[in-house]
Design a protein around this ligand. Structure first.
Ligand SMILES: Cc1cc2c(cc1C)N(C[C@H](O)[C@H](O)[C@H](O)COP(=O)(O)OP(=O)(O)OC[C@H]1O[C@@H](n3cnc4c(N)ncnc43)[C@H](O)[C@@H]1O)c1[nH]c(=O)[nH]c(=O)c1N2
Ligand SMILES: CC(C)C(=O)C(=O)O
Ligand SMILES: [Mn+2]
Length: 470
């Protein structure tokens, strides 16, 4: 992997001195190792070094830093935990990487109202471990232990979204420091209602904004009761089509399934070896989970079991004990790393299309055929309950021809999704690699409207430049 230093902007010693004044010398770094750590996310995309990394400790410091960067026209790249998959934190124009990990307070938990407010350094696992004693949890689950504000910034979802929604449905209010240092509360200061009709939905403007409109310094989130009973199960199929047909039939039957995840035969091969899954074969597979009372989870599982039988699937293998459930879901969450282990030394180009669920069987089958005609290995894994799936295209990062084959596959997949009313990204965002697809997906008026919003909120174009827009 090659590295680039700032191609356009250099942070002057004067600006560094001013940032030092706000943060103290120990909370700003120009060290190569620190800049290197902040130059790339978990994707296979090119790394770009920021000129310096700052570690503010509160909203006031974020605001003071933004005022300096605004005055000096310096790019600012907000950084959560760096688990993104679309190059969102790479400093393509150099500038200041703002690492928010020192702001890690859970500011409030309102048990009676089922909500909480967190700072940007709080990760989803930190929150859920803190909440355990209250009987509440935050269900949005991208697998990686991402920061909750980073998850808001990318509009993340994951395995539980089919039942509990994505970040879009679960963020109630955001505190955002704008490019000029002003502090905005997207739903008004202190507001935490389940619904509002008060003007424009500014909260959802920032959900999915990928650091291009401001720095999220607080998020107020919806919480849920930990279900009384949880039942997980696995079943296997002889074809992709029958596994996905069973998924669509389950959703159409209105079962309130909590998780329904598809893994194709190639992904299963990877997971069986990587996570030691015994008793499972290299076949199209569904991992399922039901939430409710003891009786209701059994009733749901019975109905889905019948649907699976009708689609020629295997009997359910149940995971009832917490230890077995953890093993199953850890294997699912490790799918990305399991895939990579199929080809040591490879990196992954990840795709993320999402389509109306009735279109899912056709597009997954077409995609699988397309991959098998190429020279690449590309396991498929997906949140099929949302119509969302990923191909994990394994490439040699030094081989440009392989990268091109993978990009072409990804583009064809996106074109197929767009043609049937789908999107190029269900959950990972646009970052740098999908900007051309965004323009196509939204059309000219759509992209121009987005640009107008960007220009109004970030007139100097300093917020995470080079992302989202071409
Ligand atoms: C193994 C594995 C598996 C998955 C995933 C990753 C990995 C490594 N992901 C992707 C990833 O976890 C997800 O994009 C997170 O929401 C990113 O959160 P970070 O805190 O790491 O943001 P990160 O630091 O990576 O930043 C991502 C983007 O958000 C911006 N940003 C971060 N914090 C911000 C803040 N406070 N204010 C403003 N902008 C900010 C950044 O500038 C950047 O553009 C995922 N995702 C998903 O939705 N579903 C999934 O199933 C998975 N699965
Ligand atoms: C493939 C990874 C990145 C993912 O989103 C998932 O496991 O769902
Ligand atoms: Mn995913």
């Amino acid at each position: 992997m090659s590295f680039f230093t700032s191609p356009q902007v250099q942070v002057s010693s004067k600006a560094i001195e001013l940032l030092n004044g706000v943060l103290g010398k120990e909370n700003i770094s120009t060290a190569e190792s620190v800049r290197d750590h902040h130059s790339r996310d978990e994707s296979s995309l090119q790394a770009f070094l920021p000129d310096c990394v700052v570690f503010p400790k509160d909203t006031l410091q974020v605001s003071e830093c933004m005022k300096i960067c605004y005055a000096h026209s310096l790019p600012v790249i907000p950084f959560g935990t760096g688990t993104g998959l679309e190059g969102g934190i790479t400093a393509v124009k150099g500038g200041v990487c703002m690492d928010l990990s020192h702001m890690k307070q859970i500011l409030s938990v309102n048990q009676e109202d089922f909500d909480c407010t967190v700072q940007p350094g709080v990760t989803r696992m930190m929150l859920n471990s803190d909440l355990r004693a209250t009987g509440l949890w935050f269900p949005v689950d991208p697998g990686a232990d991402a920061s909750l504000c980073g998850m808001a910034a990318t509009s993340a979802s994951g395995t539980n979204a089919v039942r509990y929604g994505t970040m879009r449905e679960n963020v109630m209010n955001l505190e955002v420091v704008l490019s000029n240092g002003d502090v905005l509360h997207s739903a008004g200061g202190g507001r935490r209602t389940r619904k509002t009709a008060a003007g424009y939905n500014m909260t959802n403007l920032f959900v999915g904004s990928e650091g291009t409109l401001g720095v999220i310094t607080q998020a107020t989130l919806r919480l849920y009761g930990i279900p009384e009973a949880t039942l997980s199960a696995v079943c296997q199929f002889q074809s992709v089509q029958s596994a996905v047909d069973a998924t669509v039939a389950t959703l159409q039957a209105g079962i309130p399934i909590a998780r329904i995840e598809f893994l194709d035969d190639v992904q299963m091969k990877a997971c069986i070896n990587y996570s030691n899954l015994e008793g499972l074969q290299e076949l199209s597979t569904l991992f399922l989970e039901f939430h409710g009372t003891d009786d209701s989870v059994k009733a749901q599982a019975d109905v889905v079991g019948e649907i699976v039988q009708l689609n020629e699937g295997s009997d359910f293998m149940y995971a009832t004990e917490a230890e077995d459930r953890n093993k199953l879901w850890t294997a699912r969450h490790s799918a990305f790393y399991a895939a990579s282990s199929l080809r040591p030394g490879s990196r992954i180009l990840t795709t993320d299309v999402c389509v109306p669920i009735s279109e899912l069987p056709e597009i997954i089958t077409q995609t699988k055929n397309d991959i098998s005609k190429s020279s690449l290995l590309g396991p498929i894994v997906g949140h099929v309950g949302d119509g969302n799936f990923h191909t994990l295209l394994l490439i040699d990062p030094e081989d440009e021809s392989e990268r091109k084959i993978a990009k072409d596959l990804a583009n064809r997949m996106a074109q197929r999704a767009l043609a049937v009313g789908g999107t190029c990204t269900g959950e990972h965002g646009i970052g740098i690699g999908k900007r051309h697809l965004l323009a196509e997906e939204l059309g000219q008026v759509g992209i121009q409207t987005m640009r107008s919003i960007k220009e109004a909120l970030d007139p100097k174009g300093i917020m995470n430049p080079g992302k989202v827009f071409l």
